[in-house]
Ligand binder design. Structure first.
Ligand code: CP
Ligand code: NVA
Length: 323
């Protein structure tokens, strides 16, 4: 069950905007649904432009004199590095707070932290476990709050993934894409993306690891859930997976390894997809577990572009939210 927190926002299953702000209407990005479909497409196109401009040596210093606050209670390589590099390239500064760095660890309420920090910085990225924590933070924040991953969603990852799709395959509208493995936070954000970008996501998980039921129901025909990886992959133009044991699930690892047997994305499964299908993974990846080494390191894999695009997509997101 997705953690929708103490606020009586629109239910999580509602794919409409789920956040509010009590003082000013700062735009937040807690899930894909916080942006309208047209805004998302515009943002992806802008990310591609910013990437090209950066590679051409041009500077877009839209954060000059601005500060990005970052509160992370979980590990990160890509999310932290990409946000910090994005802010540097945009002419601003970032401020990273690890769990023990702030008074949150000593029990200062999230809402008080939001009231204080948002009077000092220009936007805040949060990576934590409970989605309700960032909802509560955003409700009191004067500045945009960005979800850097919660147990329920990982929307920044999906911006980079869709940018990667646009670069390799063009528009994603009308495509059929396959999610194999755990019905986790990244899967939930792909489900929301299926609605926003108008494509079909076929999800195959072991029994008991399906994505959130209410969210699936709200996604309608855009999301098809089952337990057969070959049925989900058949003819798909993309195959996606993620780790079988996410952050906070390490203690379930042995059980999950047993439960996910048969769900590894290997060459045989890729061969069930379209012969032009690409392979995607948010990383970190575990070769020989959820994905075979010759798939992730093979010619159909676009994982390094996905990782790089975290930088460009988040730069476009920051520019959009700070505008
Ligand atoms: N994909 C992703 O969010 O990676 P990190 O956990 O390294 O940030
Ligand atoms: N599902 C994974 C994603 C890591 C980027 C996790 O939550 O750990």
């Amino acid at each position: 069950m997705i953690d929708s927190g103490k606020w009586s926002f629109a239910p999580i299953a509602n794919t409409g905007c789920t956040t509010r702000n009590s003082w000013f209407m700062a735009r937040h990005f807690l899930t894909i649904s916080d942006l309208q479909p047209a805004e998302l497409v515009q943002l992806i196109e802008r990310a591609i432009t910013l990437k090209n401009r950066h590679k051409a040596g041009l500077r877009d210093e839209f954060m000059r004199g601005k500060t990005l606050g970052m509160i992370f209670t979980k590990s990160s390589t890509r999310t932290r590095t990409s946000f910090e590099a994005a802010v540097t390239q945009a002419g601003g500064n970032s401020l990273f707070l690890a769990p023990q760095d702030s008074q949150l660890a000593r029990g200062e309420p999230v809402e008080d932290t939001a009231r204080v920090m948002s009077r000092m910085v220009d936007a805040i990225v949060i990576r934590t476990d409970k989605h309700s924590m960032i909802q509560n933070f955003a409700a009191e924040s004067l500045v945009p709050v960005i979800n850097g991953l919660t147990d329920d969603f990982h929307p920044c990852q999906i911006l980079a993934d869709i940018q990667t799709w646009f670069e390799h395959r063009g528009n994603i509208q009308g495509e059929t894409i396959s999610w194999i493995g755990d019905g986790c936070n990244v899967c939930h954000s792909w489900m929301k993306a299926a609605v926003a970008f108008d494509f079909t996501l076929k999800v195959a998980t072991p029994k008991g690891y399906e994505p959130d039921e209410a969210l699936a129901a709200a996604c309608g025909d855009h999301v098809v859930i089952g337990n057969d990886p070959y049925a989900a992959a058949a003819g798909a133009s993309g195959v996606i997976t993620d780790t079988w044991a996410g952050m906070g699930q390490e203690f379930e690892k042995e059980q999950r390894l047993a439960d996910f047997a048969g769900f590894q994305v290997d060459q045989q499964l890729m061969d069930a997809a379209s012969n032009t299908a690409i392979f995607m993974h948010c990383l970190p990846a575990y070769r020989g577990v959820e994905v075979a080494a010759d798939v992730i390191d093979g010619p159909r894999s676009v994982v390094w572009d996905e990782a790089e695009n975290r930088l460009h997509a988040q730069k476009a997101l920051l520019e959009f939210l700070l505008a």
